[in-house]
Design a protein around this ligand. Sequence first.
Ligand SMILES: Cc1cc2nc3c(=O)[nH]c(=O)nc-3n(C[C@H](O)[C@H](O)[C@H](O)COP(=O)(O)OP(=O)(O)OC[C@H]3O[C@@H](n4cnc5c(N)ncnc54)[C@H](O)[C@@H]3O)c2cc1C
Length: 363
Amino acid sequence: MTTKEYLIVGQGVAGSLLAFMLWEKGKNITLIDNAHHTCASKVAAGICNAITGKRFTKTWLAEEVFPFLHHFYQHLENNILNTKFYYPTQTYYPFEDIQEQNTIFAKSEQLTWKEQVSFEAPDKALEPYLQNTYGGWICKGACTIDTHHLLARFKDFFAEKKLYLQDQLDHSLLKIDNNTNHWLYKDQSYQNIIFCEGTQIQKNPFFNYLPFKFVKGEIITIELDTPLENFTQIINKGIFIAPIGKKQYKVGATYNWDDLSWQNTEQAKEEIETKLKKILKTPYKVIAQEAGIRPATYDRRPFIGKHPQYSNLWVFNGFGTKAFSLVPYLATQFIEHLLYNKNTIPPEANIERVKRLFLEKNR
Ligand SMILES: Cc1cc2nc3c(=O)[nH]c(=O)nc-3n(C[C@H](O)[C@H](O)[C@H](O)COP(=O)(O)OP(=O)(O)OC[C@H]3O[C@@H](n4cnc5c(N)ncnc54)[C@H](O)[C@@H]3O)c2cc1C
């Protein structure tokens, strides 16, 4: 029986990027995925935005995360995967009325990251298509990721190197070898297992004590009759409209904490379209609708770290609404800890913070 250094479970954005970074460090890995049966990463709009909403809320760790992600996705695109999936852009927040314009101008005085934001007068070119009478503000340094394409390309990348298994990992078949402390699974032995299972973590007997707060999201894809020449940025006004090329835009998303099924609903489509019609003046048709569940957590911080009882079982999960922004940077921090035992997992994300829940469950 041969031994591998790492088994990574789940090929969403978390598992794909972590597996890639470990491979790039020369580590001997296997990535296993059940053909994306429940994969939030495939549904995501792939938007990365450092500052959001009327309160200029800054993404957690934005100053570290954003410079890193642009550099990382470019490196992947140009030097590794050799395919286009990364689209740098900006996000435009149109003002609702003069009052909102004044409030936001006043709030911007307190901004600590002023260079990330600018204010725009109404754009005449957008006038025929968008309700845009009062101008708006812009968050610079955003991007969108073509998530389907990135995941499909990564799957091929690992499969070509014979590092990919398409299978459902059955936790009940995992056995620890008491002599080596390695994990045995089917005909293979692994020094470490890292679980990146998204919402399927609820079926994982080792980590199902972690307090998640899953939230369903639905998203539609629309096609416009006429392409909008100057409409290459993300528009955000209660919902986002994100260009994905060929006159098509992803529009969404909804938030539902009660219905945690992966099915599309007519209600979500209506909710999105009602908001869309308040901004968009031009005709469109809906060409797709998708639903997924975000692996969000109670305190809105990821779950990264070592199992309280087994020193070679790890979790990398809980990226909520911001996976495509947070995963590149946090994967590097996690790997510094895995390989060199450095204290690099941010305490807010380290599962040490909820260890008492494990102890209570196993009392
Ligand atoms: C509508 C919607 C819009 C979103 N938009 C954005 C956005 O614009 N920007 C952003 O950053 N985030 C967005 N998100 C959130 C983002 O999609 C998630 O945070 C992210 O995809 C989670 O990635 P993950 O790799 O942790 O999990 P997942 O993507 O769910 O991947 C987990 C993978 O593991 C597999 N798996 C699980 N258990 C097993 C097992 N036992 N054996 C084998 N395989 C297994 C699953 O099938 C899946 O393929 C959005 C989410 C939704 C629903």
